[in-house]
Design a protein around this ligand. Structure first.
Ligand SMILES: Nc1ncnc2c1ncn2[C@@H]1O[C@H](COP(=O)(O)OP(=O)(O)OP(=O)(O)O)[C@@H](O)[C@H]1O
Ligand SMILES: [Mg+2]
Length: 233
């Protein structure tokens, strides 16, 4: 006789679209959830976030990309449109690009939170990115922890999966104040080995998911963006 546990409810998941990663995390990120993608400069955080949004756009889902860097859309597209998975026309409808720079300069955490939520309410996205969230910490030293707590709690109430990117200094693994609040943490590492710099991806935590552990080599290419190489599976 099989006993069914009424508490056990399989989580909904959405694929990241990153080749090799979805197989490591039971087909995708839990939906809804908030996931931190952390790494030092140039490790591929923005490429990861864009791949995640473009995967959704290709499936007819709505995406919302918040930048904290005050970069205009054409600047971001200038670099990212080289990737084969990126279709600039996605940014006409399926991915809304929103600059949070002005709200950051106001130095008002509540105003920033309101701006994020009201845009989410208008766009009704299934996939949200805030890239990079750590800039908020540099701007609002005092209110940052409270802001993160409020932000992640509010994000969890929307029917969406959010990727927050976090920039760390060399030697630092992830921004600790962000890591408390999120459901998943993906680390992008850049390591010096035998005189060469190699890139790795590691799933540090993913709530509700039987995920692979350890560092896995990644490649960044024009065709695919980030690819988790299979050699270590
Ligand atoms: N076409 C490409 N082929 C190979 N590697 C590439 C290509 N395009 C980008 N890269 C790699 O990806 C890195 C940039 O990736 P990305 O902008 O996603 O990183 P990031 O972590 O967001 O960086 P930042 O700290 O500037 O925000 C480059 O430094 C380069 O190493
Ligand atoms: Mg970036």
């Amino acid at each position: 006789m099989s006993v069914e546990d009424p508490e056990r409810n399989d989580l909904l998941r959405i694929p990241t679209g990153i080749p090799g990663l979805d197989e490591m995390i039971e087909t995708g990120f839990p939906f809804p959830s908030v996931v931190l993608v952390s790494g030092t400069a140039g490790t591929g955080k923005t490429t990861f976030a864009l791949r995640f949004l473009c995967e959704g756009a290709g499936r007819g889902e709505q995406g919302l990309y918040f930048t904290t860097l005050s970069e205009p859309t054409h600047w971001m597209l200038r670099f990212s449109s080289q990737f084969d998975f990126m279709r600039p026309e996605y940014f006409d409808d399926h991915i809304v690009y929103e600059d949070l720079g002005a709200h950051l300069r106001n130095g008002d955490p509540d105003g920033l939170l309101e701006a994020i939520e009201s845009r989410i309410a208008e766009v009704v996205p299934q996939r949200i990115v805030i890239d990079p969230i750590t800039v908020v910490g540099d701007m609002f030293r005092e209110g940052y922890r409270q802001f993160l707590f409020d932000l992640t709690n509010r994000l969890k109430n929307w029917n969406a999966t959010t990727v927050l990117t976090g920039e760390v200094r060399p030697g630092e693994v992830y921004p600790p104040e962000v890591s408390y609040a999120v459901d998943g943490i993906i680390l992008l590492h850049l390591m010096e080995e035998h005189g060469a710099r190699r890139k790795y991806l590691e799933v540090l935590k993913m709530r509700g998911t039987n995920h692979l552990t350890g560092r896995h080599s990644i490649d960044i290419s024009r065709q695919e963006g980030i690819v988790v190489l299979k050699a270590r599976f």
